[in-house]
Ligand binder design. Sequence first.
Ligand SMILES: Cc1cc2nc3c(=O)[nH]c(=O)nc-3n(C[C@H](O)[C@H](O)[C@H](O)COP(=O)(O)OP(=O)(O)OC[C@H]3O[C@@H](n4cnc5c(N)ncnc54)[C@H](O)[C@@H]3O)c2cc1C
Length: 436
Amino acid sequence: MSTSASPRRAVVVGAGMVGLSTAWFLRRAGLDVTVLEQDRVAAGSSWGNAGWLTPPITTPLPEPAILRSGVRALVSPASPVYVPLRPDLDLLRFLLGFVRHSTGRAWRRAMAAYVPLNRRALEAFDVLAAAGVAEPTVPTGDFLACYRRPGQRRDLLEEFAAIRAAGQPVEAELLDGAQLRALAPALSTEVTAGIRLAGTRFIDPPRYMLALADTVVAAGVELREGVRVLAVDGGTETRPALVRTRPTQPVPGGSETEAPARRDGEEILRADVVVLATGAWLGELARPFGVRMVVQAGRGYSFTVPVDPMPTMPLYFPIQRVACTPLGGRYRVAGMMEFRRPGDPLDPRRIKAIVDATRPLLAGDLDDRVDEWVGSRPVTPDGLPLIGPTRSPRVVAAGGHGMWGITLGPLTGQLVADLVTGGQVPAELWPFDPLR
Ligand SMILES: Cc1cc2nc3c(=O)[nH]c(=O)nc-3n(C[C@H](O)[C@H](O)[C@H](O)COP(=O)(O)OP(=O)(O)OC[C@H]3O[C@@H](n4cnc5c(N)ncnc54)[C@H](O)[C@@H]3O)c2cc1C
């Protein structure tokens, strides 16, 4: 499959990690690039996430252990995975597909697709750093998975063995409670066992995303926030694609006479290539181009709290499915997988569930919460993102990274730019064909 010949002008829809990275790599390749964002930079999942850059454990989500936790766990509001009792048709399709892919065989096939991406994921961050992204990626040899009992480590250790069998190195070491507390004194004495994982980094997602946006703009990309894409016409081999937009917020600075027309007015942009990087909203614009796979919002929650002494590394509580990351002076605590619509309001019961799960394990003031946030992971039933050309050679999908769009966002952008400028789908992207 090839894309349009010698594209000069690209429109990227969505200013999350995937969209902004793609815009930067396309610009580096010499294209004129406009990014359209219905809200503001990182308004989707790229803001309140845990910021882990963890290629060693970047794996497909559907796996047999998820099903072992049982259907009852899925419908309890306090469970780390939550499905509403009255799912809609798309959600049913998603769940059935997800269950079908939660086998050892499907996981191994999907994992084999992740390995080549994981190998290069951190290098792509280094390219962005060299381009001037002012916010660092922080290397840590002390990423810690923490448990109440040593036996609870079994699932993760089995997963490590399966990851290694897929050809990806995982360097890990078993620690006891005292060793863990020597590294992270804020862990409570209820934590008696853990695993230290090497080869990871982390970012402060809000700061990183704003720094990335600055770099993208400095490189000459036009970034337009508050502009929603209503529809895309994929054009033909000889006719450019058309992108129909409408402002979602008043345009400041317009004169009395021109402001109302611009405020309500739709606009049509022409582009040789359009990249859809709309995260959990991918289906809306991609479906007319033959992308049938459901992209379901897997909503996660986060907040920040003071922790004393402040851990210098991310902490992971796998049984509780809680992920923590240092962000400046506060600690971000994140978790939950709630299969609801992306625009639904924040449900305080999920925040409470994360607090209740974390409080016994960490010496933080979990009542002094700020930045309570909900955002939508773009989750696919087979656990693989959708990256590549669609039925229109001018429309490229880049989304559906589920749990791992931060880790894999920059490399995705790099590979999409290779695809757009080279006219051929790079081999690493073959398993992620959006038309599968
Ligand atoms: C709690 C939580 C913790 C996480 N932790 C990690 C982690 O530690 N490491 C990791 O790798 N990943 C993590 N993730 C996953 C990661 O956040 C996502 O995979 C990633 O942010 C997806 O990026 P994206 O650019 O595809 O989508 P988004 O960031 O959601 O961006 C899509 C953008 O498109 C815009 N948009 C949508 N439709 C339109 C339209 N029609 N017109 C214009 N704009 C539109 C949206 O407003 C949005 O800004 C976590 C997620 C959650 C929820």
